[in-house]
Design a protein around this ligand. Sequence first.
Ligand code: NAD
Length: 480
Amino acid sequence: MKVIKNYINGQLINPVFDKHLENVDPSRGKVYSTIPDSTAEDVQLAVDAAEKAFYGWANTSKEKRSAILMKMAQLVEDRLDIFAEAESLDNGKPVSLAKAVDIPRAVSNLRFFATGILHFASESHYMESEGVNYTTRKPIGIVGCISPWNLPLYLFTWKIAPALAAGNCVIAKPSEITPMTAYMLSEICLEAGLPAGVFNIVHGLGHKVGDAMSRHPKIKAISFTGGTKTGEIISSIAAPMFKKLSLELGGKNPNIIFADCDFEDALSTTMRSSFANQGQICLCGSRIFIERPIYEKFKTAFVEKTKKSKVSFPSDPEAKLGAVVSQSHMEKILSYIQLAKEEGGTVLTGGQRVILEGEYKDGYYLQPTIIEGLSYDCRVNQEEIFGPVVTITPFDTEEEALMMANSTQFGLAATVWTTNLKKAHRVADNLQSGIVWLNSWLVRDLRTPFGGVKASGVGREGGFEALRFFTEAKNVFVKS
Ligand code: NAD
């Protein structure tokens, strides 16, 4: 059984109290590794190491920092297959998805910020007769990065890469449910020549490690991606300490499909936006609003395609859906399907656990599920389920579609399907959402601002926004 260790001060070590948690392979429902059950004492060790390393790293040239991050990217890319298989084993997602999306994107994140820092400039503001202001942007110091289980290495690197590129020392905590690829990355750091203490990974539970990070007075900023409730807990601790906070939280994203859409494109993309990664992507569209003239046609085609989506073990090349991440998450999703029935919904397809054969018989597999007949404001249409479950609802007017789309507490992402350009822009403009895709889904340019409004988050990541977050601006005025 693989024993995952913390990465502190350039060393792979056991937690101070030598306690460990079990790590489950969701495709088989079996424990396959252990991870440190770290505590505030381990966070303290990491902070001590980061504090010692900070001066050196902040004063390392950006070219050198960039080169180390590029080396890390290269080393992950060289091991793409091993990383993808490990990600899939830890998370339950199809290996093909981890190979095509998760690991390549982790490599891109590292490269993007390794090069981004070379182009990051600060501002100067000239005042005609008085003088000039110039603004410096210095690293903050020690920063904390806390990430979730759905896109483990992808989201972990999305945070640590800009933080390190900007010259900060980092204490990072991957999800305890999917710690493996972060551990593999720590092995790579040694080889890439990252100085000891610059980057530290403390594994363990949110209410222990994450909590200790949120409370630690020397951790000056927290970049968090995860659930809205957890974001609320973290901000209740960190905000009164005046820490910088970037919160990427939950969603309940609408897809608005107008009758004048490109039907086939809307249909095939909606298949992906509903069920990719077993519906466990914060950007998945889970409430699908369809204009009445094409409602029946869309519904029939969508149900038919969904029935054909193969649910299988992650290494099956034909698997469209693998396992969901854990038994408790599977049970939560099933409880929402039950709730949908109680709220008057009809399950058009899916709704059940899938039991595979042989070694996968205890894995956490679910049928992709489509539900209709629910009111837009019922719990199933308002709360985040985060699984392969979507609802479909007809609408008659643009105003009605917008009202329903904007009715939740969330506002992360939305998709709109129409060939009417004016309508597309108008609807995009009126959606309460940080991200809108018109006639597409999940097309990502890493330079763009990424984040949500309302209960989906605070702040933006991506591009220079991330580098601004991980630096402090100081304005200096010089009299002329
Ligand atoms: P989660 O909030 O349970 O956990 C996220 C991370 O926070 C984990 O590392 C966890 O250990 C840690 N944590 C838990 N309790 C904590 C506490 N009290 N203090 C500090 N840290 C704590 O979320 P999850 O179940 O891992 O991930 C799923 C959620 O993440 C969904 O709501 C999804 O929408 C959201 N998500 C959002 C985005 C985005 O970009 N907005 C991206 C991916 C996932």
